[in-house]
Design a protein around this ligand. Structure first.
Ligand SMILES: Cc1cc2nc3c(=O)[nH]c(=O)nc-3n(C[C@H](O)[C@H](O)[C@H](O)COP(=O)(O)OP(=O)(O)OC[C@H]3O[C@@H](n4cnc5c(N)ncnc54)[C@H](O)[C@@H]3O)c2cc1C
Ligand code: FES
Length: 275
């Protein structure tokens, strides 16, 4: 971490903004001297817009991208709305990186099954891009990604073109219902995962998305024979400090901001059932 006080935001500048969906924008930001800090896939940062406040967001770019940090932000409340109102050239506060990140070393040598829903692609994108940049370390990659409608899929061209063309990689997109401009798969993500009947041997499944999707994806993976140590997910608790001090995000003795947000299902099964 480059700043001495982990709670003190640095200034960062918005380089550009992409409108991904009607309510999600991707912001590319850069610090005073390049990247504000080094990080690993799955880690997060607190973004602040004075005087509105700050909120935590996953870093969606890969650590292998040295130009800037990227955040895909859904407009749901005060801070995210303030971030949506910014324009390139304006400044925000940033502090981090926070959280444990995905276990990229433990995943080496395995086939990987990524399962994302909606804005849940944000942390997965950092990890998927990282795995592509270290392609020889990982086996076959399957990516299942879905959203309510075609308009709600983020990073559409990257997922369809760049990811689908990577070696030894299969991409499966789905939307919840029929739409006139959609000729792809229709159905919920967990159902699609069951239909695709992935074999668990030698595989790690990593899933991020709305809690209801994760609940049913975990059930689908269980039915397919995945054991709890083969499944990794992320928890979205409400957070304030991000560094294990304020007690806002704890589950028993575990602080989601510090010990998570990435957990194996085996670790989650050992936590109090409050999440
Ligand atoms: C580890 C982690 C990673 C995340 N990554 C991303 C990401 O990459 N992209 C993204 O868009 N979001 C992400 N989030 C979610 C984001 O932090 C929240 O949506 C955050 O609340 C947005 O702040 P806000 O000020 O815009 O919304 P708020 O004003 O906080 O409101 C957000 C929603 O929560 C409700 N709410 C407000 N206060 C409370 C409360 N005390 N209890 C219950 N509900 C309340 C509001 O009614 C509203 O519906 C992540 C969260 C975590 C924990
Ligand atoms: S957000 Fe403060 S302890 Fe986790």
């Amino acid at each position: 971490m480059s700043s001495a006080n982990p709670l003190m935001p640095q200034q960062a500048t918005i380089l550009d903004i992409t409108e991904e969906t009607p309510d999600i924008k991707t912001l590319r930001v850069v610090g005073k001297d390049g990247l504000p800090f080094d990080f690993m896939p799955g880690q997060c940062a607190m973004l602040s817009v004075p005087p509105v406040g700050e909120a935590i967001f996953s870093i969606t770019s890969s650590p292998t991208c040295r130009e800037c940090l990227e955040f895909s932000i859904k407009n749901v409340g005060n801070v995210s709305n303030a971030l949506h109102c910014l324009v390139p050239g304006q400044q925000i506060g940033i502090r981090g990186p926070y959280g444990n990140g995905f276990p990229v070393d433990q995943m080496k040598g395995k086939d990987l099954l990524f399962i994302g829903g909606g804005i849940g692609l944000a942390p997965l994108r950092s990890l998927i891009s990282y795995c592509f940049a270290h392609r020889e370390d990982y086996g076959h990659i399957d990516i299942v990604y879905g959203a309510r409608s075609p308009a709600d899929l983020i990073r559409k061209s990257e997922v369809r073109e760049s990811w689908a063309e990577q070696p030894d990689t299969s991409v499966y997109l789905t939307v919840d219902a029929e739409f006139p401009d959609w000729d792809g798969h229709v159905g919920f993500v967990p159902t699609y995962v069951s239909e695709l009947a992935f074999k668990p041997e030698g595989k790690i499944a990593i899933t991020c998305g709305p809690p209801i999707m994760i609940k049913f994806v975990l059930q689908a993976l269980d039915k397919l024979g995945f054991s709890a140590d083969q499944v990794i997910t992320t928890l979205e608790m409400r957070m304030k400090c991000g560094v294990g001090k304020c007690g806002r995000c704890n589950l028993g003795s575990v602080y989601v901001c510090k010990d998570g947000p990435v957990f194996s299902l085996e670790e989650l099964n050992a936590l109090p059932a409050e999440y």
